[in-house]
Ligand binder design. Structure first.
Ligand code: NAD
Length: 249
């Protein structure tokens, strides 16, 4: 790995995650913050001085940023969640030209939860009803969380199905008995909760719950900074935090 400092631009620098990223990056001898960019700033003014862009802003900002990063040959770390199918395609298109790490959650614990969920789903199979419950602070804009969605995708993949077809978001009214194979998704909002996720596997006679609770955004920020160091040395492609951590299934 290069001993040179990585020059980083933080997009969404005035947000909750932006603040944590700027604070932790300032303490990291391997990183140099070139600039913070937020609403009203132009990334084109600073991109020339950067090696890597880190974005935790809004899903509508990501596709434009990915295009600019690809045009300038800069690596990109995307932490933003809630992308539409079109926005995901734009990220994928840019990743043919530059290395991109895109992760709904940069914490090591949650990436272990992804790994354990895949193993549990593979062992327990369809006899165990699967429900994902998440809770976040009252200001979170999207639901379910990107992390909950990823957990749902892992469960869907394990069942040989498609997340968008299998996911059921909440319940109300005469919903009838729970069908097999669906994936229940539930989003709680309140207070200042940084991020809780539980995957429930319930069968007749027993149930297993896998839970992760984040108590500080610093866990996401330090993971994203680690990804920023890692991504610089990669070939063009779309990578996950599992790749950064070497936690492949
Ligand atoms: P926030 O609302 O506190 O901050 C977002 C910031 O982005 C704001 O300062 C806003 O002005 C800025 N912004 C919005 N649109 C922009 C644009 N077009 N260009 C530049 N800046 C823009 O939100 P937050 O809690 O910091 O979360 C930001 C995103 O990161 C959300 O999508 C959230 O779900 C996600 N997130 C991901 C992880 C992870 O580990 N991947 C962890 C926490 C949050």
């Amino acid at each position: 790995m290069s001993m040179e400092k990585s020059r980083v631009v933080i997009v969404g620098s005035k947000g909750r995650m932006g603040e944590a990223l700027l604070r932790l990056a300032a303490q990291d001898p391997n990183l140099e913050i070139v600039a913070g960019v937020d609403r009203g700033d132009n990334v084109l003014d600073v991109i020339g001085r950067a090696d890597v862009l880190i974005e935790f802003a809004h899903h509508s900002a990501t596709d434009g940023l990915a295009k600019i990063a690809a045009e300038h040959g800069k690596a990109l770390v995307i932490g933003t969640t809630g992308h539409t199918a079109e926005e995901r395609e734009a990220i994928e298109a840019a990743s043919r030209r530059i290395p991109i790490v895109c992760a709904p959650n940069f914490s090591i614990g949650v990436n272990l939860l992804f790994y354990l969920t895949r193993i549990a789903a593979g062992i327990l199979g369809e006899e165990y009803d699967q429900e994902v419950v998440e809770m976040h602070h009252r200001k979170k804009l999207d639901a379910p969380s990107g992390t909950a969605r990823r957990l749902g995708e892992i469960l869907a993949e394990s069942a040989g199905g498609d997340y968008d077809e299998l996911a059921r978001h909440g319940r109300q009214g005469e919903v009838g008995a729970r069908p097999k194979k669906i994936i229940g998704m539930h989003a709680l909002r309140g207070g200042d909760v940084v991020g809780d996720h539980t995957v429930h596997f319930a069968a007749t006679g027993e149930r297993i719950e896998l839970t992760h609770r984040a108590s500080s955004r610093d866990t996401f920020a330090s993971g994203a900074l680690r990804a920023a160091q890692w991504v610089r040395a990669q070939k063009p492609g779309l990578y996950s935090m599992q790749d950064v951590l070497g936690l492949k299934r």
